[in-house]
Ligand binder design. Structure first.
Ligand code: BGC
Length: 260
């Protein structure tokens, strides 16, 4: 079975680092045209574009802060001009945010996470849906997290944003299904990127993390990216409104391997 995304017009938000970058590269390898959205580190986005182009692919770098509806609209307008629309949106941009208990975190820091992870996701999905519903085809894949179901002390904004993302995904999927548009989410567990480097780079943090993962290792960004490509391809043509977990079993309650 071969996955061919030849000619598909794709946009990856937060596509210049971590899981987003891995997905962008994997989409390009499957033949898709890839727009790499970034908000900081333009150089990383441009470098990815050059690399994709030098292996014969089509790519461009697009700046937009997903938390700004105005910037998101401009980004989609640019895609209209460059490629006459969009077929696949990877709604990936997100942050962990400041680590602090709910009664200690500032309202500003809390809201920042919601603005990027949830409202930003909505702004992008909305623009994509306007176009996909009209053309009666398209796929939106959100990057959720195991924390859409696992509570996580010190990260109440993050967990709330991801739980809400799951219901946003289900509802948009229901709305868009009659128009042949699929909306789904992918929930990574602990994947080796800079977002959690402070944990996996110190031995106590790593030991603690591995106890939470039945497969006893941290995931690689490519393991998430490959599944993302499957989910946006026709291989997954009958899947919509679901979150697919790619987490090494983290949501399988590893503590129940004994006792109970
Ligand atoms: C977070 C990571 C964390 C992982 C597992 C992800 O959603 O972004 O920082 O390591 O969940 O807890």
């Amino acid at each position: 079975m071969e996955i061919n995304l030849q000619g598909k017009r794709t946009l990856v938000t937060g596509g210049n680092s971590g899981i987003g970058a891995a997905i962008a590269n994997e989409l390009a390898a499957a033949g898709a045209k890839v727009a790499i959205n970034y908000v900081t580190n333009q150089a990383a986005a441009e470098q990815m574009v050059q690399q994709i182009r030098s292996s014969g692919g089509e790519a461009l770098a697009v700046h937009a802060d997903v938390a700004s509806n105005y910037e998101v609209e401009s980004m989609f307008n640019r895609l209209d001009r460059e490629w006459n629309g969009i077929d696949i949106l990877i709604n990936n941009a997100g942050i962990d945010g400041v680590h602090a208990n709910s009664w200690e975190i500032s309202v500003k820091d809390w809201a920042k996470v919601i603005n990027i992870n949830l409202i930003g996701n909505f702004y992008c999905a909305r623009q994509a849906l306007k176009r996909m519903v009209k053309q009666k085809s398209g796929v939106i894949l959100a990057t959720s997290s195991v924390h859409e179901t696992i509570a996580w002390s010190g990260h109440s904004a993050y967990t709330s944003s991801k739980a809400a993302l799951s219901m946003l995904t289900k509802t948009m999927a229901q709305e868009a299904a009659p128009y042949n548009v699929r909306v789904l989410a992918l929930a990574p567990g602990a994947i080796k990127t800079s977002i959690n480097q402070d944990v996996w780079a110190n031995s106590a943090g790593l030991k603690d993390l591995l106890e939470k993962i039945p497969l006893k290792r941290i995931g690689e960004p490519e393991e998430v990216a490959k599944m993302a490509v499957v989910l946006v391809s026709d291989v997954a043509s009958y899947i919509t409104g679901r979150t697919i977990f790619v987490d090494g079993g983290m949501t399988d309650y590893p503590d129940f391997a004994h006792g109970g």
